[in-house]
Design a protein around this ligand. Structure first.
Ligand code: HEM
Length: 411
């Protein structure tokens, strides 16, 4: 992350009585350089015995002697307290940019406390939290830095979040050379696809719960034991059928979108990712990578071919579930040609077999959901691409030097 300061991992050793703190570097949101963020975090009075101040001072001395660290009058420091987890320091003539010296007030403290008080855009907030969480995972503690301009007569303006420094004890893992400028946020999934995704989640959950009760009415009184079953199963079945028909409508809109949408991720040809020899080769590379045979696999912005084939299979499974559901429903309504036609498969394979397929598909969907959630969490944690939140906000994070093979326009 912070290149120059990142080398400071050798770190600052405080006195025997204080813990051995290291400064791992700094993260900037881009307005100030990483060195300036370090310098701002380090401003303190010369007499300070705060272990963080001492670690920062030592880091600057050893690794960034070029950075100016103006002395601060102890009266200009308003220390943090349990109720206000940041410190305020007035600094005179601080060189924020090369020759641009200004009076500023520096807010330094716990990330969330600073984010709550200082101005920051929604995107920067996501970016800073993402980097902080990642650094925390490697054993570092982010110490946020915000600045406010001081105008005539010591009037303090609005605070703006600038970045943070990494403070850690001896066990913190070194950070690679990577900064926010190395990442870009790319919009991928359309709003309609995301809405459908979450409708599917609710629908599959409801149909599974009611379907399971239809399969095995395990609660409430049973007629066999002489209990009054009332209309309980009627309601359960009514919910199952109603939500089932709603799901069919949602599925049909997805099919219509596949042939009418201008979004290439929604188009029908995305369902079959093996159109050329290169596609087949890429599938082989992805499978090899998943099987731990190949170290590298091509990068895809949207789904890789293996994911895509899995989702195509899932769509087919959902189609089978809808059709077998309609077949079973048709059995109750043998009064018109449509339901007579829907029930025809029961004449070929028998009603129990259709029920068996309908039930097995339910267990297949449960297995899919478990693996799907596991893989989504795993990929998001390892690749840091924001895959999970992409199903809410539609975008993923991509390294700027990345060249996804399915989006040659990027990179
Ligand atoms: C996620 C989707 C679905 C799941 C998990 C699911 C699950 C189940 C289960 C486990 C049963 C009990 C099977 C048995 O023992 O007979 C069942 C019954 C049934 N399902 Fe579904 N189902 C789903 C979708 C649908 C759809 C889309 C329809 C169509 C409207 C439908 C209509 C029916 C019907 C008519 C029955 C028989 C009810 C009865 O005989 O009382 N299901 N479902």
């Amino acid at each position: 992350m912070s290149q120059a300061a990142g080398k400071a991992n050798a770190g600052a050793t405080a006195t025997a009585a204080t813990p051995r703190l290291q400064v791992g570097g700094s993260f900037t949101l881009g307005r100030l350089s990483e060195g300036v963020i370090l310098g701002l975090a380090a401003v303190s009075s010369r007499e300070s015995v705060d272990p963080v101040d001492m670690a920062l001072a030592r880091t600057l001395e050893e690794d960034r002697p070029d950075l100016v660290k103006p002395p601060v009058d102890p009266d200009d420091i308003d220390p943090a307290s349990p109720n206000r987890r940041y410190r305020l320091t007035m600094v005179r003539y601080f060189p924020l940019h090369d020759d641009d010296r200004r009076d500023v007030v520096v807010m330094r403290g716990a990330l969330e406390a600073v984010l709550a008080k200082a101005a920051i855009s929604r995107k920067d907030k996501a970016l800073i939290r993402r980097n902080a969480a990642w650094a925390q995972g490697r054993g570092w503690r982010p110490l946020a830095v915000a600045t406010a301009p001081v105008t005539g007569r010591d009037k303090v303006g609005q605070f703006t979040v600038e970045g943070f420094v990494y403070i850690g004890l001896g066990h913190a893992k070194p950070l690679p050379n990577e900064g926010p400028a190395d990442w870009a946020w790319v919009q991928v999934w359309s709003a309609s696809l995301r809405v459908q995704h979450w409708i599917n989640v609710a629908v599959v959950f409801t149909l599974s719960a009611t379907g399971y009760i239809i399969m095995d009415p395990f609660f409430g009184p049973t007629a066999g034991e002489g209990g009054d079953v009332g209309f309980l199963m009627g309601w359960v079945r009514l919910i199952h059928f109603s939500v089932g028909f709603l799901w069919i409508v949602v599925g049909l809109t997805r099919v219509v979108a596949a042939f009418t949408s201008r979004d290439r991720h929604l188009r029908w040809n995305a369902w079959w990712p093996l159109k050329t020899k290169t596609d087949v080769k890429r599938l082989g590379q992805v499978v090899g990578h998943y099987a731990l045979i190949k170290e590298e696999a091509p990068l895809f912005l949207a789904h890789n071919p293996l994911q895509q084939l899995t989702y195509t299979g899932l769509y087919l499974a959902c189609g089978v579930q809808m059709l077998t559901g309609l077949t079973l429903f048709g059995l109750y309504h043998q009064t018109n040609w449509f339901w007579e036609m829907m029930a025809v498969p029961t004449h070929w394979v028998g009603i129990p077999f259709i029920r068996l397929i309908h039930t097995m598909m339910m267990f297949f969907l449960w297995a899919f959901v478990i693996v799907h959630v596991y893989l989504a969490v795993r990929a998001d944690s390892l690749e840091r691409h924001g895959g999970i939140s992409s199903m809410i906000n539609g975008g993923v994070w991509l390294r700027r030097d990345a060249k996804p093979v399915d989006a040659p326009e990027i990179g």
